[in-house]
Write a protein that binds this ligand. Structure first.
Ligand code: ATP
Ligand code: MG
Ligand code: FE
Length: 349
């Protein structure tokens, strides 16, 4: 069995060919990072236009690298939920068109389930049942994952996602986009104890996250509450020139202290989810799982707590199509999608 998997939920245009044995025959990711850099975040309209330009070359290259043609495939799979509508549409229309033209069956992928499946791909062995944690640009979710496509939401963020907080705080600090890697880098020279930023909801019974207040706390630290109130709504982005000049050391200390607060919240709730479910396996996916100190903390907690931990290599943390191999599970279960498959931008469960 050979499946072509397509991913275009946000700002990466990606495709991969995987086999029924979960072997990866080829994988291509065209990142749009450079296009969105100067805006400090993903601009949906720019993202969808870039997908339109890239999707066919990416698919062509993926098939060429695998040495295959469309006739060698058994199905085409595409992530249709959740994501940015314009971005999702490009992948879904491409997949449906390929299926209409070739008669191949279509498979729908849930992008969040795929992020957890990245752990299955990296582990090379079954990881279910497990607690699935997705910490990315758009989500901070905890799931009870009874099987690859059987997820129950345990908790999520009540405001910003963890990756979004990294991106916004990086922008406050004048660090380049995407914020996660630049904060991690700046933090290497910083003191994580210099500023005691809040750990929202950490002591709360609910399995929930909140990062918007943490971002505001960083902002107050930088410009002072009085000025923040005068210049607009609490979580408005700073006007040009509003962020004061900080020394390199101050930037590093704020970055390190902010990163430590996010890691405490994420790791604390992951541990709470492990206790609540009684499961013995934790799978973590999404771009923020690429964060080195976070990975180290997860490993230390897993050793102490006695559970198995799976965090994929960096290339499988951020968006890619290899994790679309979750479509193999659907293929085997005979779960195909109709050719009028629609996108579901906001479906999170
Ligand atoms: P979603 O999967 O929710 O639709 P997305 O696909 O945009 O969102 P990903 O591509 O999985 O998200 O991850 C991107 C996010 O990961 C960005 O917010 C980025 O700042 C963050 N990120 C990447 N590397 C790191 C890192 N080393 N440390 C912290 N955050 C990181
Ligand atoms: Mg992305
Ligand atoms: Fe993603």
């Amino acid at each position: 069995m050979k499946l072509l998997c397509i991913e275009s939920t946000c700002d990466e245009t990606a495709a991969a060919v995987v086999t029924g044995e979960l072997e990866v025959l080829s994988s291509v990711v065209a990142s749009q990072e450079k296009l969105h850099e100067r805006f400090g975040g993903v601009v949906p309209e720019i993202a969808s236009r870039a997908h339109v330009e890239r999707i066919l070359p990416v698919i062509d290259q993926t098939l060429a690298r695998a040495g295959l043609g469309l006739a060698d495939l058994d199905a085409v799979a595409v992530a249709n939920t959740p994501g940015l509508s314009g971005s999702l549409l490009v992948g879904v229309v491409a997949a449906k068109t390929l299926c209409a033209a070739t008669g191949l069956p279509l498979i729908a992928i849930n992008h969040l389930q795929a992020h957890v499946y990245a752990c299955r791909m990296a582990a090379g062995e079954n990881v279910f049942p497990c607690v699935g944690m997705i910490v990315s640009g758009g989500h901070s979710n905890l799931y009870r994952c009874d099987a690859p496509t059987d997820f129950t939401l345990l908790g999520a963020t009540i405001d910003d996602a963890a990756g979004e907080a990294f991106d916004k705080v990086a922008s406050l600090l004048g660090l380049p986009y995407p914020g996660g890697p630049s904060i991690q880098k700046a933090a290497e020279q910083g003191d994580p104890k210099r500023y005691n930023f809040p750990r929202p909801l950490l002591r709360d019974d609910r399995l929930a996250f909140s990062f918007s207040g943490l971002k505001t706390a960083v902002r107050y630290q930088l410009i002072g509450p009085g000025k923040a109130q005068r210049t607009g709504p609490q979580n408005a982005e700073p006007a040009n020139g509003e962020t004061p000049m900080l020394s390199k050391q101050e930037v590093a200390d704020v970055a390190a202290s902010f990163q430590a607060a996010v890691i405490d919240c994420l790791a604390g709730k992951a541990e709470q989810a492990m206790r609540t479910t009684g499961f013995d396996t934790l799978c973590v996916g999404g771009g923020v799982a690429a964060n080195k100190p976070f990975r180290e903390r997860l490993e230390a907690d897993a050793t102490r707590g006695g559970w198995r931990l799976h965090v994929p290599p960096l290339s499988l943390c951020t968006d890619n199509a290899v994790m679309g191999a979750i479509a193999v599970e659907r293929y085997r279960a005979g779960k195909f999608a109709p050719l009028d498959l629609d996108i579901a931008p906001g479906l999170e469960r």
